[in-house]
Design a protein around this ligand. Sequence first.
Ligand SMILES: NC(=O)c1ccc[n+]([C@@H]2O[C@H](COP(=O)([O-])OP(=O)(O)OC[C@H]3O[C@@H](n4cnc5c(N)ncnc54)[C@H](O)[C@@H]3O)[C@@H](O)[C@H]2O)c1
Length: 336
Amino acid sequence: MKRIFITGAAGFIGFHLAIAARRRGDFVVGLDLFNNYYSPELKRTRQKLLLKEGIEVVEGDICNTPLLKQLIQQQGITHVAHLAAQAGVRHSLTHPNDYVDANLQGFLSVLEACRSFPEIKLTYASSSSVYGLNKKIPFSVEDRTDEPTNLYGATKKANEMMAHAYHHLFGLPVTALRYFTVYGPWGRPDMAYYSFAQRIWEGKPIQLFNQGKMRRDFTYIDDIVKGTLAAIDLGAACEVFNLGNHRPVDLLYFVQVLENSLEKKADLEFLPMQPGEVVETFADIEKSQRLLNFQPSVTLEEGIPHFVEWFIKRNGARGEENRSDQMLNNHTKSLL
Ligand SMILES: NC(=O)c1ccc[n+]([C@@H]2O[C@H](COP(=O)([O-])OP(=O)(O)OC[C@H]3O[C@@H](n4cnc5c(N)ncnc54)[C@H](O)[C@@H]3O)[C@@H](O)[C@H]2O)c1
């Protein structure tokens, strides 16, 4: 049994990871700032549901190193899964300091806290955004990642380098997970799959950048959770893994799958490329398959209906606690 401290536990991935770890028998405690980058109400609902699973999510800032140390010590933590961050590409163009605070200052604080406890192993969220202008497809962990296209990607790359330095200096075991466009129930309203669903549902037009000529390696949350737990279990000395579906799809095809699931037609608005975006993401997962036995199994055609089912229930069921519980039970069954 591991004793896992999850930062960003009221976030999308942290929430699912916490439930899966708890249900397989690990002790889990979380931390989250409940900031208003997107609906704090959604984060609070996740927190309430986690409490029902026996998981406490403490309200606090990862920049507060003494708080992190206190939690690690008091709870006898053996593994830290650091998922708290300022996410999102577009927001980084207008709010660069949010990324410096959470992703640089916050990451340093997590490293400093972990460093005080020689038995701790750190697994943390990096991102496919580190690949930036990389043209080689699929993206391999061996590829160069020194040409980010936005500050978010730059901070995630900085995290990998900071972690490497702490491993080198202090022997801290560190594992970076480069997640590729994660989607699913209880997802993030700021991400395209969610905001597209919302707008199609409300009969509003959706904007497709680069005239819709983009490809994304959409990865279902259950596969991401399995890969993350495998990385925690491996507890490598210093590694970087891609966690992606390895099956990129055209944005226009993605919209069709969403339309079919919502049973509504989308009103499409074609626009030029957005600054900071990349045309394609595609994970090379050879290393993750080999060392983590990572086998993503949920196709877009299976995963999107799961998301849409949850999305429709949530939109029709805001504030109804009992239905939220029922939704949790339905949507976490697949994690077991
Ligand atoms: N979802 C994806 O597609 C994706 C892709 C690549 C990388 N990632 C990374 O995975 C991690 C989890 O992503 P997510 O999709 O669950 O995002 P999320 O925004 O839902 O979760 C992050 C959580 O961290 C919390 N947080 C932010 N700043 C904090 C601080 N200073 N102290 C404490 N908590 C703080 C937020 O309140 C939020 O609940 C992030 O590091 C993100 O950058 C996600």
